[in-house]
Design a protein around this ligand. Structure first.
Ligand SMILES: Cc1ncc(COP(=O)(O)O)c(C=O)c1O
Length: 338
């Protein structure tokens, strides 16, 4: 059995998204900047995708800028927001993705800003009202964002987190703020991001968001149900198990369960053992499966480093049988090494 429980790192492509992308790959190869019919056909697909996304998020297509990734969207928002507006003091939190933290740190190192960190509690809760940027990579397609009501200047998305393709995302820049590009070149994306557009990716991104919105309640219920079930099963069968961060369904991401296991022998072999048993999960808390690159988040919320932590993250494709199998394998490992 192969079980994929690392959906926070990336999600499998939805077959309907792949089908839509393949149609474009087969039939549309014009450069969207060309004014002839081939180019216009590609341009139409991009603008149609932009409109689909804008409608779903209750915003204007003119505020959506396609990027190569969530990382590029984060970099653009932070670097250009700070530099173009002469910001001298920035605030972030220690539980952000490295696409956010490292960008701020680079600006601090270059002497552009003074950097402060907002406090987070032991469950990873922060006061979002104090922040004007918003790394929504893990929530896009999982929650309904109404950007007409959101006060954030910037919102970001990465398609591969919601069963879309890798290598494409977008940055939403509110009308209330103006920034210059991060990537200079041609006049693409209304002069905001040079580079020939990733047409297939953009079409796939729009399709994946469309599917996510159409099926959201049903998937949220399914995934939250599995998360609660796994939490209960682990708590019942493994003495001393705890959970890192907030787990209240109203306050935490329903796609992720971060588990803190009791101290045991061979603790650093737990993930490896799960992999051998066919289970893919992550030791960190960011996007890097199988590495502890994301553990800066667990450190920031003060988790005990001698207890092994595993991040299990679920998707609409995860099944109860997969959870049962995973709990049994984890339990087996904990019993043998207790
Ligand atoms: C919160 C968060 N921000 C940013 C990113 C980066 O997105 P991408 O993989 O598209 O560069 C990720 C995941 O990789 C993420 O989880």
């Amino acid at each position: 059995m192969r079980v994929y429980l690392d959906n926070a790192a990336t999600t499998p492509l939805d077959p309907a998204v792949m089908q839509e992308m393949c149609k474009v790959m087969e039939n549309t190869y014009g450069n969207p900047s060309s004014i002839h019919a081939h180019g216009r056909e590609a341009r139409t697909l991009i603008e149609r995708s932009r409109k689909t996304i804008a409608n779903l998020l209750h915003t204007s297509p003119s505020e959506i800028f396609f990027t190569s990734s969530g990382t590029e969207a984060d970099n653009t928002a932070i670097r250009c927001g700070i530099i173009d507006h002469g910001i001298k003091h920035a605030i972030t939190s220690k539980i952000e993705h490295h696409a956010v933290i490292h960008t701020f740190e680079a600006l601090e190192k270059a002497g552009v800003i003074k950097l402060s960190f907002v406090n987070v509690d032991a469950k990873g809760n922060i006061d979002y009202e104090h922040l004007d940027h918003c790394d929504t990579v893990q929530t896009m397609g999982h929650y309904k964002h109404d950007l007409s009501k959101l006060k954030a200047h910037f919102v970001v998305c990465s398609a591969h987190k919601l069963h879309g393709p890798k290598g494409v995302g977008f940055l939403h820049v509110s009308h209330r703020i103006k920034i210059k590009p991060l990537i200079y070149g041609g006049a693409q994306e209304r002069n905001m991001r040079g580079g020939t557009e990733n047409i297939y990716g953009i079409v796939g991104l729009a399709k994946s968001l469309e599917i996510a919105y159409a099926e959201m309640e049903q998937h949220q219920q399914h995934i939250q149900g599995l998360k609660t079930y796994m939490k209960e099963q682990l708590a019942e069968t493994i003495p001393g198990v705890e959970f890192n961060g907030e787990t209240d369904p109203d306050k935490s991401l329903y796609t992720v369960l971060n588990v803190s296991f009791p101290e045991m022998e061979m603790a650093d072999m737990l993930l490896f053992n799960l992999d051998i048993a066919g289970i893919s999960a992550s030791g960190g808390s960011a996007c890097s499966s199988g590495s502890d690159i994301g553990s800066h988040v667990l450190t920031a919320i003060g988790t005990n480093p001698s207890r092994p932590s595993v991040r299990f993250s679920f998707s609409k494709y995860t099944t109860k049988e997969e959870i049962d199998y995973t709990v049994a394998k984890v339990r087996e490992f904990c019993m043998v090494n207790a």
